[in-house]
Design a protein around this ligand. Structure first.
Ligand code: AMP
Length: 218
């Protein structure tokens, strides 16, 4: 299956994507993770991306689309993928459609994770992520690790993303409303959107998403 996950920052896209990708045996492709990997490897792309990410703005389409395309062309993505954080505006959505059309492929579903805005802010402010694996996500009050600053899963160091500061979160939400939300209408017109209420336990949201995908696949 070829799936796109949409939702505001803090909706739980990364967490859900990791579980869904595992259940569906397809790779989880996160453009945010790809940029962060470039930043830690200090590549030119990483340096460029960081200057936008630190402000909460989108990295320019040209480099983002090229990076996403390159990842989707890897052999493990041949039979499907779950995109998390891409596309993030209508131009990227159009580029993705064009890319898939050229190969005679299409998207199967777009899952729109819905969370109230005040909840999003609370989630992001307390979010702590493992340096070893961005799918190991904790929260200082909702899901505190057993030992402060240490990942329960692998013992890695937990950190707060630079762009999870309150000021940057405000910009990221604004960017989400103005630039990313329009892709929901774009995909609605293609009949691909399934809205998933994303409040509640992680496993409940995963179950809702899996049920929705089973219906789409039927
Ligand atoms: P995320 O991990 O998905 O929250 O992304 C973190 C940051 O990476 C975003 O705030 C953007 O600065 C950048 N980014 C990730 N994906 C994209 C994209 N598809 N287009 C442009 N910028 C992106």
């Amino acid at each position: 299956m070829r799936i796109v996950l949409v939702g505001p920052p803090g909706a739980g896209k990364g967490t859900q994507a990791a579980f869904l990708a595992k259940n569906l045996a397809i790779p989880h492709i996160s453009t945010g993770d790809l940029f962060r990997a470039n930043i830690s490897q200090q590549t030119e792309l990483g340096k460029l991306a960081k200057s936008y990410m630190d402000k909460g703005e989108l990295v320019p389409d040209e480099v983002t689309i090229a990076m996403a395309k390159d990842r989707m062309e890897q052999p493990d993505a041949e039979n499907g993928f779950l995109l998390d954080g891409f596309p993030r505006n209508v131009s990227q959505a159009e580029a993705l459609d064009e890319m898939l059309n050229t190969e005679g492929m299409k998207l199967d579903a777009v899952l729109d994770l819905e969370v109230p805005e005040d909840e999003v802010v609370k989630r992001i402010a307390g979010r702590r992520i493992c340096r070893n694996d961005s799918a190991h996500v904790f929260h200082v009050s909702y899901k505190a690790p057993k030992q402060e600053g240490v990942c329960d899963v692998c013992g890695g160091e937990l950190y707060q993303r630079d762009d999870d500061s309150e000021e940057t979160v405000r910009t990221r939400l604004e960017v989400y409303h103005t630039q990313t939300e329009p892709i929901i209408d774009y995909y609605m017109a293609q009949g691909l959107v399934v809205t998933i209420p994303a409040l509640g336990k992680v496993e409940e949201v995963t179950a809702r998403s899996m049920e929705a995908l089973a219906r789409e696949d039927a």
